[in-house]
Design a protein around this ligand. Structure first.
Ligand SMILES: [Ca+2]
Length: 483
C-alpha cells in the first residue's frame, strides 16, 4: 500500500513539474484580417497567417505583476521579419528570425497583475503565428558602462544606463559611502534608466580606482569601477568611436601620430559632429581615409568627397585597395585585411573589414559584413580571430555568424547604432542571447558591449595589450581626445 502511495505521489509530482505554461492559441485570439489555416504540426492544429495587414490580440492574465517571457511560436519565411508586439499599449518592435519550421521566440516584458492586453501586429507581415505562452522570469538588473576613466583636470559627469527589470533601487554607494544619482527614464527599453554621477561628486577623489554600487531591494548589486588620474597618461594608440546615431565613423590616432578616419557617417553627422570634432582637435590633415563601403551612412553619400576637400587626405583606402589576407606595417601598427570587395556581391558583403594590432593589443573593425563573410574569416583565419575590441556590424542588420562572434573572445564590443537594434534578432537573439551570454557563461574575458545610444562616445587609449583603458563621454563637446 505504501509503495502505491509513493508511486502515486511520484506521478503527481512529475505531472506538476511538467505542467505546461499558460498558452493562448492564435486561433483563439481576437483576429483582425489574419487568415485562419490548418496544420497538423501546429498546436490545436490551427494557426493564423499574417500577410499585408492585421493583428491578433489576447487577454493575458497574470497572477502577480512582474517580468514574464512572452514565448511566440511562429514561422517566418524568406527572411527575418520585424513585427510589433503591443503590450498594454506599449509598442515593442520585435525581430523574428527566418524559419520555415515552427519555432519559438522569447521576449521579456513586464505584466500587470490581472488582465493584460497583448497583440502581435503587422509591421513587416508575412509570418505564421501558432500561439503565445507566458513564463515568469527573474532577470537581474544590468548596467553599462562597468568601467570608465576620468582625468581630474578634465572632470566630467559619468553617465550610466541601467535596466531594473522590476527591481527597486534601494541605495547608491560611491566607494562605500552613500551617494546620489540624477536619474531619468531611458525611453527605448521598458523599466530602463539613465543616471548621472555628477562631476562635483568626483572632484575630491584621489588617483586610482573607485567604485559606484547600486543596491536593489532584491539584494542584486550593480557595480561600475572607474579610474581617476591627475595627469594624462601618454597612449600611443587612441581609438575614438563617436555617437554617430545611425551609421559609422571611427577616428584613430596611430602610434606615429598620424590620423586615420574610418568612414564618415551620414552627411549630417559628418557636418554636425565629425567636422567640428576634427576642427576642435586642430586636425587639418587626415593621413588615411578609409571608406569601408559606399552606403550613405558610411560615406556621407559623397564617397568621402567633402572630407577630402576640407582636409588634406594623404591616402585614400577602400574595399578594392588591398586583397583579403594582406598584412601591412602601418604607422607603428600592423594592419590586416579581413574582408574586401572580392568577398561580396553587394556593398555590405564587399565592405572593408580589418584588424589593427599594436603592442599585443588588437582592434577588429567589422564594417557591415554579414554572417557569410564572418564564416569566410573564420575559415581563412581560424587562429587569428581573437581580438580585444570588436567594432560590431553597426546596426546588426542582416545576419551574423555566432561561431565567429564567439571566437572573437573580445574584452569590449563597440556598437554604433540607434534603438532599431533592439528590434533586430541579429542583436537581441544571436548577439545578446547566443553570444554575450555564452561569453559570460564560459567565463571569457568579456567585459561589456557599449552601444553608442546607451553610453555616447567611447574613447580607447592603448599602451599595450595588457595596459589599455576606455572611457565614455555622453557629449562630444569640449573634448580633447587625441592629445
Ligand atoms: Ca495554434
Amino acid at each position: 500500500m505504501k509503495k502505491r502511495i509513493l508511486i502515486f505521489l511520484l506521478c503527481t509530482a512529475s505531472l506538476v513539474s511538467a505542467q505546461s505554461l499558460p498558452r493562448f492559441e492564435a486561433e483563439s485570439g481576437t483576429n483582425q484580417f489574419l487568415v485562419l489555416l490548418q496544420d497538423s504540426a501546429a498546436s490545436g492544429r490551427q494557426f493564423l497567417r499574417m500577410k499585408d495587414s492585421g493583428s491578433v490580440t489576447w487577454k493575458v492574465p497574470a497572477e502577480k505583476s512582474g517580468w514574464f517571457n512572452l514565448i511566440v511560436r511562429f514561422r517566418a519565411f524568406g527572411g527575418e521579419k520585424e513585427q510589433l508586439i503591443i503590450k498594454n499599449g506599449r509598442t515593442i518592435p520585435t525581430g523574428f528570425p527566418i524559419s520555415d519550421q515552427w519555432t519559438t521566440l522569447k521576449r521579456a516584458v513586464s505584466l500587470d497583475k490581472g488582465e493584460n492586453t497583448i497583440s502581435i501586429s503587422k509591421s513587416w507581415g508575412y509570418m505564421d503565428i501558432d500561439y503565445l505562452e507566458t513564463e515568469p522570469v527573474n532577470l537581474k538588473p544590468e548596467l553599462v558602462p562597468i568601467r570608465n576613466h576620468v582625468l581630474s583636470t578634465q572632470p566630467r559627469d559619468l553617465h550610466f544606463k541601467w535596466n531594473a527589470y522590476g527591481k527597486k533601487l534601494n541605495s547608491v554607494l560611491l566607494d562605500g559611502k552613500k551617494s546620489e544619482l540624477k536619474t531619468t527614464v531611458y525611453p527605448h527599453q521598458e523599466d530602463a534608466y539613465q543616471s548621472i554621477l555628477e562631476k562635483e561628486k568626483l572632484a575630491n577623489l584621489k588617483s586610482g580606482s573607485h567604485t559606484l554600487q547600486m543596491i536593489f531591494d532584491s539584494a542584486d548589486t550593480l557595480k561600475s569601477v572607474f579610474t581617476v588620474s591627475q595627469k594624462p597618461v601618454t597612449s600611443p594608440l587612441v581609438i575614438v568611436s563617436p555617437d554617430v546615431e545611425h551609421g559609422s565613423s571611427v577616428i584613430i590616432r596611430l602610434p606615429t601620430g598620424k590620423i586615420m578616419m574610418v568612414d564618415t557617417g551620414k552627411d549630417w553627422v559628418r557636418d554636425q559632429i565629425l567636422i567640428p570634432f576634427l576642427q576642435r582637435e586642430k586636425i587639418t590633415k587626415i593621413d588615411y581615409l578609409l571608406i569601408t563601403h559606399y552606403h550613405d551612412d558610411h560615406d556621407s553619400g559623397d564617397r568621402g568627397e567633402k572630407i577630402r576637400n576640407l582636409f588634406q587626405v594623404d591616402q585614400f583606402i577602400d574595399y578594392s585597395t588591398y586583397k583579403t589576407g594582406t598584412v601591412l606595417p602601418f604607422e607603428g601598427t600592423s594592419l590586416k585585411i579581413l574582408n574586401c570587395s572580392e568577398d561580396g556581391t553587394e556593398e555590405n558583403t564587399k565592405s572593408l573589414s580589418f584588424k589593427l594590432t599594436y603592442n599585443g593589443f588588437s582592434y577588429t573593425h567589422g564594417a557591415d559584413t554579414y554572417g557569410l563573410n564572418q564564416q569566410l574569416m573564420l575559415d581563412r583565419f581560424p587562429d587569428d580571430t581573437r581580438t580585444d575590441v570588436f567594432m560590431a556590424n553597426h546596426h546588426f542588420h542582416g545576419s551574423v555568424n555566432v561561431d565567429y562572434l564567439r571566437k572573437l573572445d573580445p574584452v569590449l564590443v563597440l556598437i554604433q547604432a540607434q534603438e532599431a537594434i533592439y528590434a533586430r534578432s541579429a542583436f537581441m537573439l544571436w548577439f545578446r542571447e547566443e553570444t554575450e551570454s555564452w561569453w559570460r557563461k564560459s567565463k571569457s574575458r568579456y567585459l561589456e558591449s557599449l552601444p553608442a545610444l546607451e553610453v555616447g562616445t567611447t574613447v580607447i587609449k592603448v599602451r599595450t595589450g595588457q595596459d589599455w583603458t576606455y572611457e565614455t563621454h555622453q557629449s562630444n563637446e569640449n573634448l580633447e581626445l587625441l592629445k
